[in-house]
Design a protein around this ligand. Structure first.
Ligand SMILES: Cc1cc2nc3c(=O)[nH]c(=O)nc-3n(C[C@H](O)[C@H](O)[C@H](O)COP(=O)(O)OP(=O)(O)OC[C@H]3O[C@@H](n4cnc5c(N)ncnc54)[C@H](O)[C@@H]3O)c2cc1C
Length: 373
């Protein structure tokens, strides 16, 4: 249920595992809908798509460099080992949905209201029965609530505004993340990600716990942190990010939760497309390979893949609010490019820091000196 990256990946993985499976994708919106997002497609997501046999990105959408700017102005930029992409979600999600349909999934535009479970599986809106149902209906979906799991709140949730601004001439083709100088009790930064259409996806996100001034607060900080972008007449739209620091059960009976519906967004970076695709693929395969035991199989597979990272990032999450920690990390990545790649593997992929990474970051980042842009 839900035909975003998680739902389409689930459908494709199910059909790859069992080409004769009957897969129905329900979404309240027609193909080609927008999703408020930074549109940054991590290399890890692209690799996951390749494993599913899908090529949902194009060479013109490629971005090879990432620049991180710490609150006190220290800036660390690097050409990453593997490229990322910026693809407006209207296009990216439609490509994935078309790939799911081409693989054999049936799509219906339908807004789901109820999911009921019984001994044989689940029934959606009293109309569709299946041995397993995958809840891929995003941050504000209904499936999670239907199975009794509470939504994320406070510092477990981030809120963000996004718009498409004209790209100023001469702007480098790189992803820019600029952390806020304010202490916000969690994730808090502005971004500027250039699309292939002469626009830049600009946005600002922060912990919901620190949002006291509503949309105006987000908009003001975004303008202050991205002064080089002309936001006059740019439509800014908001959405929430359920962070993996507080997750519901991965499965309740025959109902499997994936992507944002399962709160799988990385709390260090706000990345959620890769985890949506990876979790969707695990759930889709479990649903057709072990229909009577899909929930347990999926929960185990998710734990094996991400469990260590989820636990570690929950402990590290308070550090994203520490200017000192951000300075140390950025200084370390400036000095040792392999630490930059490690940071991206944790922030965008399924890796956790090893003890020796922590020692390496501290050793390289504590020493004063080095450049500050
Ligand atoms: C402002 C912002 C910036 C972000 N930037 C990035 C980024 O740059 N890179 C990154 O990796 N991640 C980013 N994320 C996170 C990313 O957008 C999500 O993690 C990702 O979209 C999750 O995919 P999903 O398939 O789980 O859910 P979604 O993409 O939200 O898809 C859910 C689908 O379910 C459908 N649906 C909802 N309710 C129902 C219903 N009742 N019945 C039927 N269908 C329903 C919706 O129409 C939608 O198609 C950002 C998030 C925000 C808010």
């Amino acid at each position: 249920m839900g035909a975003g990256p998680a739902g389409s990946a689930a459908a494709i993985a199910a059909l790859r595992a069992r080409p004769d499976a009957r897969v129905l994708l329900l979404d309240r919106a027609a193909p080609g809908r927008d999703k408020v997002c930074g549109d940054g497609i991590a290399p890890h997501a692209v690799a996951e798509l390749a494993r599913l046999g899908i090529d949902a990105v194009q060479p013109a959408e490629h971005v090879a460099a990432v620049r991180l700017i710490a609150p006190r102005g220290r800036s660390s930029g690097a050409v990453t080992a593997s490229p990322g992409y910026v693809v407006p979600r209207r296009e990216f999600d439609e490509r994935m949905l078309r790939a799911a349909i081409a693989a054999g999934a049936r799509f219906e535009q339908h807004r789901v209201a109820t999911v009921q479970t019984d001994a044989e599986g689940a029934v959606v809106d009293g109309r569709w029965r299946a041995p397993a149902v995958i809840g891929a209906d995003g941050a504000t979906g209904v499936v999670r609530r239907a199975v009794g799991e509470r939504p994320n709140r406070g510092r477990e949730l981030a809120v963000a505004l996004r718009g498409y601004a004209p790209t100023p001439s001469g702007t480098a083709r790189e992803l820019v993340i600029r952390w806020d100088t304010h202490r916000a009790g969690g994730l808090c930064y502005a971004w500027a990600f250039p699309t292939a259409h002469g626009t830049t996806n600009v946005g600002y996100g922060m912990s919901a716990a620190a949002l006291t001034g509503g949309r105006a607060q987000l908009e003001r900080r975004m303008r202050e942190l991205l002064p080089e972008y002309d936001l006059e007449g740019v439509a800014l739209t908001g959405h929430t990010l359920p962070l993996s620091v507080a997750r519901p059960a991965a499965a309740v009976g025959p109902v499997l939760l994936v992507g944002d519906a399962a709160s799988l967004i990385n709390p260090l970076t706000g990345e959620g497309i890769y985890t949506a695709i990876a979790s969707g693929a695990l759930a889709g395969a479990a649903a057709v390979q072990h229909p009577s035991d899909a929930g347990r199989r999926y929960s185990e597979a998710l734990e094996a893949r991400f469990g260590r990272q989820f636990r570690q990032l929950r402990r590290l999450y308070p550090l994203v609010d520490s200017r000192l920690a951000l300075d140390v990390v950025l200084r370390a990545t400036e000095r040792r490019p392999e630490l930059f790649d490690r940071l991206l593997d944790v922030g965008l992929g399924d890796r956790a820091f090893r003890a020796r990474d922590v020692v390496a970051f501290a050793a390289a980042g504590w020493r004063p000196g080095g450049r500050a842009a």
